[in-house]
Design a protein around this ligand. Structure first.
Ligand code: KDG
Length: 339
């Protein structure tokens, strides 16, 4: 059973400054730096856990331990939203979150929540690493958050304890946990479910206590968080593709010397392909493991998938203004180019 430790953020906030005193002196580069990073999942089974562990390994190695990182997994620093608040305040330095909660800070991030926007990993990588994706990362400027790089959370599938999902009608009346994001809520309403927005670290208990019937996540997290233990069915829908975003708080970034700022950006980029590769390997491996452990897995037929797509079409128009029409068109044009 997956247990999440209580948040220790409140104990740490205010008790220490996350970064050791970092003057603008000529020797700033030689000064010791401590960076605290939080994620909502494990360090060993989740791709962003392995990714942040790799980031720590590389930055400590490259600076011979002058920069040290302390990692807080399993939501010890709070959920995605509260970790973002801590980054803005400067009480936590770095974090990895799904892009969906970032849309509550910068609406343009909603573009990544559009149903069936990306239909292959190649499309996702090309758009995220290309001009449109990088521009969207840049929209965080001035919010207190700096988006360093897109990693991968991945294609989301639905699990539930009631029945296999083949068509939107099968979702009718099911209480499905979603992230706290308006497009996710609207999409599941459109498909007939009763969406229940909830932070990630409350989902396992809610499933176990049957407060909700199901949830949706990529295979990697369904396995790593143990959600499958409280679920009977897993349906491959791939209805959303969720990027992970590795972020550093503006306050923490400003305390680094220019050379260390560059180093943080360089290593963020170096970890990108590693994190995506691990995610893709685990996604397939964990699906197999869950099958062996008895969860019933079904795929939706292409015709039935069209029903999900058709009923969610209006969502694109509904959120175009929030995303920014030009930006949405640019993303759609880049998607079409890769297709
Ligand atoms: O550690 C996992 C979370 O931070 C979260 O972003 C994962 O996609 C997610 C969800 O459903 O909340």
């Amino acid at each position: 059973m997956k247990k999440f430790s209580l948040s220790v953020a409140s104990l740490i906030v205010g008790a220490t400054f996350a970064l050791s005193g970092y003057g603008a002196s000529a020797q700033a580069q030689e000064k010791e730096v401590k960076l605290k990073a939080g994620i909502g999942s494990s360090l060993t089974g989740s791709s962003h856990g392995l990714g942040i562990a790799k980031f720590k390994e590389l930055i400590e190695k490259e600076t011979n331990g002058r920069i040290k990182m302390q990692l807080f997994p399993d939501g010890q620093m709070g959920n995605d939203q509260s970790m973002m608040d801590s980054l803005k305040m400067g009480t936590l330095d770095m974090m990895v979150t799904s892009s969906a909660p970032i849309a509550n800070t910068t609406k343009t991030f909603l573009v990544f929540d559009l149903p069936f926007l990306f239909t292959s990993e190649k499309i996702a990588d090309t758009v995220l690493d290309g001009p449109a994706g990088q521009e969207i990362l840049g929209t965080l400027k001035g919010t207190g958050l700096i988006g360093l790089v897109f990693w991968e959370n991945g294609f989301r599938n639905i699990t539930n304890s009631k029945r296999p999902i083949n068509t939107p009608e099968d979702l009718k009346g099911l209480k499905i946990r979603t992230m706290q994001n308006p497009i996710h809520l609207d999409s599941f309403k459109t498909w007939g479910a009763n969406p229940v927005p909830m932070p990630f670290n409350e989902v396992f208990t809610a499933l176990e206590q049957k407060v909700i019937d199901g949830q949706e996540n990529p295979n990697t997290l369904i396995y790593d968080a143990g959600f499958y233990e409280a679920q009977k069915y897993l349906t491959i829908t791939q209805h959303f593709y969720t990027p992970f975003v590795l972020m550093i708080g503006q306050k923490s970034f400003d305390k680094l010397s220019p050379a260390d700022q560059k180093l943080v950006q360089k290593i963020a980029l170096e970890t990108r392909d590693y994190e995506r590769k691990v995610n893709r390997e685990n996604n397939a491996k964990y699906l197999d493991l869950m099958k062996k452990k008895g969860i019933a897995i079904n795929e939706v037929s292409p015709q039935d998938l069209e029903k999900f797509k058709a009923s969610a079409k209006d969502i694109y128009a509904k959120f175009a203004n929030d995303i920014g029409k030009e930006r949405l068109d640019k993303v759609l044009a880049e998607v079409a180019k890769v297709k």
